[in-house]
Design a binder for this molecule. Structure first.
Ligand SMILES: Nc1ncnc2c1ncn2[C@@H]1O[C@H](COP(=O)(O)OP(=O)(O)O)[C@@H](O)[C@H]1O
Ligand SMILES: [Mg+2]
Length: 213
């Protein structure tokens, strides 16, 4: 008997957009452990595509199927980070662990590990709004690391980071991929994205084209 491994994400005749379509005719499947880079000029719908896969925007047409077991299975790192700005680093990273269903003690350990991995241990009690843009991005990444989602949707998550910080963040996220997570990342830094991606989806006006890498 062969074991059929279901796809993690299936996009079927998908059309994304708001009042009018931005990208149409998307038919794609994504498997476990894949790294996908979504590239293309701004304003064409990359963020909208991620938000549609995340279930935050309804498709105009077609279907999105995301095969993760629970709420904690999907991790979205928004372009605008979505942090609770008046709350501390610890509280923000805890929100990632909260959706895992783990026991309190295990959650706390994960939060501490993620904060340390992102080099934020000196900032634990600091309200997020007092941190620099790059530090805030590391908080958002730590939140996702604490969550360990099966599917990570990351929207320009290396933006505003200098090379050293970008590498630190990237290595931590790729560790999650090594443990079996799938990563779909929107990235404006094409070289960096292509270097780590298994697949490239290029958004052109109204279309998504898969390129060979
Ligand atoms: N909530 C919204 N309602 C209506 N239009 C939107 C909304 N969010 C973004 N848009 C528009 O959709 C287009 C694509 O935006 P976006 O998906 O953010 O593109 P990208 O991430 O590729 O830069 C833009 O023209 C933008 O103004
Ligand atoms: Mg965008």
């Amino acid at each position: 008997m062969s074991l059929v491994v279901p796809n993690l994400v299936t996009l079927k005749d998908l059309c994304v957009g708001y009042d009018t379509p931005l990208i149409s005719g998307i038919n794609l499947k994504v498997g476990k452990g894949e790294v996908i880079a979504v590239l293309g000029p701004s304003g064409l719908g990359k963020t909208t595509l991620l938000r549609t896969i995340a279930g935050l925007v309804a498709p105009i047409d077609g279907e999105v199927e995301v095969n993760v077991p629970n709420r904690g299975g999907l991790g979205y790192i928004p372009q605008r980070l979505g942090l609770v700005r008046h709350s501390s680093v610890w509280t923000n990273v805890s929100l990632g662990a909260k959706v895992t269903g783990l026991k309190h003690h295990d959650r706390e350990r994960r939060v501490a590990e993620a904060i340390e991995k992102m080099g934020l241990q000196d900032k634990i009690t600091e309200p997020v709004r007092r941190l620099s843009g790059g530090q805030q991005r590391r908080v958002a990444t730590a939140r996702t690391i604490a969550q360990r989602p099966r599917l990570i949707l990351a929207d320009e998550f290396l933006g505003e980071l200098d090379d050293e910080n970008a590498n630190q963040v990237l290595i931590a996220v790729l560790e999650l991929v090594e443990q079996g997570s799938t990563l779909i990342m929107v990235e404006h830094h094409e070289e960096r994205a292509i270097e780590i991606a298994d697949r490239v989806w290029r958004i052109t006006d109204g279309e998504l084209v898969e390129e060979s890498v």
